[in-house]
Design a protein around this ligand. Structure first.
Ligand code: PBG
Length: 330
């Protein structure tokens, strides 16, 4: 009988050591960014109903929270503010005593080495819940930019290490870059939500941040999930305008987009593993239907394999614990 000719791929899968040796994608706690929701008031630690394990925290709770994050080895947080008062211009977003500005100062006092990334959006601060100033025709692009520049500068003045505009206004990166430079913040990077789809996966976040639009939707500024080329146009213009890092959001339903961007550009890429992605796993895990740890680790690896350098995720604390346990067992 003729000898069969084939390749023995299983050689490289035969033991745990050899599998580790040839593993192509690594995940470490250094890759993770943890989102925090900071609420006005005192002694508030309110769990978000649709996001078990995620809390709205008042500033006084930051002492214990930041100590825990440092202990877990988490290197970066992303901040969202929940103000007491809202108005049509979202003035809480660019106020020296705003909730996020105070939280940034507090975190930088507690842990100067922890990177603070400040989400720059108006929707948590506007009474109508839109990401800009509105008139009867919708969200007005250029006058909203002025407010975004003010918000970014006030966040940098408070000590934010990175500014993350998530509002999807055209020209936002150019406007914020110029504003930061003119104010002397030449070295503060921008992490732009360049590719942000109008997604139903943001539902639980809007409960967490109290930021649902009071009328209409975000389809005139966030992207159509059907579009791929549009994502590339957004990335190109944000790079031209001076973004230093690029976020793709949501993550899991858009890994094709992540890979396509990674193949074309060399800017650091960030996946935002959004609230709905977290909620679905938590709901299934609470019911005992899935192995939460295994599924989360598999999804994180998928994001990195698709080209993400960093991942913003509500699972960051869980992951830091799991990854540490794995290391300790080696
Ligand atoms: C603010 C913002 C949103 C998210 C991050 N920044 C919500 C939105 O655009 O409605 C969503 C994050 C998540 O779902 O975890 N514009």
């Amino acid at each position: 009988m003729n000898k069969l000719s084939f390749k023995r791929h299983r050689r490289l899968r035969s033991t745990a050591s050899i599998r580790a040796l040839v593993s192509e994608t690594k995940l470490t706690t250094d890759d993770l960014i943890y989102p925090l929701f900071i609420i006005e008031g005192e002694q508030i630690k309110q769990e978000v109903a649709s996001m078990p394990g995620v809390y709205q925290l008042s500033i006084d709770y930051l002492v214990t929270e930041i100590a825990e994050l440092i202990d877990l080895g988490i290197k970066a947080v992303m901040l969202f503010g929940i103000p007491k008062e809202k108005d049509p211009e979202g003035s809480g977003a660019y106020c020296h005593q705003g909730i996020v500005q105070r939280a940034i100062r507090q975190i930088k006092d507690l842990a100067p080495e922890l990177l603070v990334i400040s989400d720059t959006c108006l929707c948590e601060y506007t009474s109508h819940g839109h990401c800009g100033i509105v008139d009867k025709f919708g969200v007005i692009n250029d006058s909203s930019l002025i407010l975004y520049v003010k918000a970014a500068i006030s966040q940098a003045q408070a000590g934010a290490d990175i500014i993350a505009p998530s509002n999807m206004m055209d020209g936002c990166v150019a406007a914020i870059r110029k504003g930061l430079d003119d104010a002397g913040f030449l070295d503060v990077p921008i992490m732009s939500y360049s590719v942000k789809y109008a997604s139903a996966f943001y539902g639980p976040f809007r409960e967490a941040a109290n930021s649902s639009p009071q009328f209409g939707n975000r389809l005139s500024y966030q992207m159509d999930p059907a579009n791929r080329l549009e994502a590339l146009r957004e990335v190109e213009s944000d790079i031209e305008e001076g973004t230093d890092l690029i976020i793709v959001k949501p993550a899991l339903a858009y890994l094709d987009i992540m890979r396509e961007i990674r193949n074309k550009i060399n800017t650091p890429l960030v996946a935002y593993n959004v609230s709905g992605e977290y909620t679905m796993i938590k709901a299934a895990a609470i019911n005992g239907w899935i192995d939460e740890q295994a599924i989360v680790l598999e999804q994180m690896i998928a994001m990195k394999r698709a080209g993400a350098d960093l991942i913003i995720t509500y699972f960051a604390k869980d992951l830091a614990k799991w990854l540490k346990k794995r290391r300790d067992h080696l």
